[in-house]
Write a protein that binds this ligand. Sequence first.
Ligand SMILES: [Zn+2]
Ligand SMILES: [Zn+2]
Length: 330
Amino acid sequence: MRVMQLPAPGRPLELSQREPRRPGPGEVLVRVSACGVCRTDLHIVDGELPALAHPVVPGHEIIGAVVEAGSGADEFRPGERVGIPWLGWTCGHCDYCASGRENLCADARFTGYQIDGGYADYAIADARYCFPLPDGYGDAEAAPLLCAGLIGYRALVMAGDARRLGIYGFGAAAHIVAQVARFQGRSIHAFTRPGDEAAREFALHLGAAWAGDSTATPPEPLDAAILFAPVGALVPTALRAVAKGGTVVCAGIHMSDIPSFPYEWLWGERRIVSVANLTRRDGTQFLALAPKVPVKTTVETFALEQANEALARLREGRVNGAAVLITNGN
Ligand SMILES: [Zn+2]
Ligand SMILES: [Zn+2]
């Protein structure tokens, strides 16, 4: 099979060939048909996340069909379409796992980070962490649901019942969250890179009530803001845009440093929270909700060998919606 693997941080992904291994107990071997390209993959490639063994195969928005199930992996039958997300394994018995917060498990392992991911013809996953997928989505269209969708949904839940919602950074996650938020009757204020007309138009097309530069003041105070852009300087900016009692949700796994700001900007019971990873419950809830909205994903597809190009386009903010690798060479 072909794999696009990261030899070391800061280097381009390299194409190589290897035999897929057989699934062990509780595992499934999946023939990958599509894999989303997430900003987290960029952080991994750039070496911005700690403690990574190399080489690694990135990719944690994997859509594919089960080829073989290991002993005890009774969840899925051969041929069944599954989704493999970022959360790949948890210990199951720590205080976090025992209290429904497996996303915070200290021993958690993540797909495309500690576990080889979906930039490949085949992937192996623990069947307990795979999701059955809703019908009505093509493979490429379903891929962004698995991280942009799931973690975007978790961030939206963290925003509470905010009616006026700001979204900073209008990429893959935002374009999904905006649809869910509109479905829930919220109004969207989209903040995009200064001068990024395409992103502003995309946000308005998806039903945003207002779209402007990330440095702009929205026309009305917000009840909450979600930051998908990995830019720490936007945290105080967003704090100033939310009303008293408002929440700023930082949804990325990595962010540049947050500059200091006067306490007055936090005063009034404003809150800053982060979102870490996902639980399987987030996935089940979101994948049930998505077809009801219905969430429609906008994707730009690339061949597996074009993974470096897809990452470069994402880095430059030149992807409309979500980038997805299509794997056909099985
Ligand atoms: Zn992701
Ligand atoms: Zn645990």
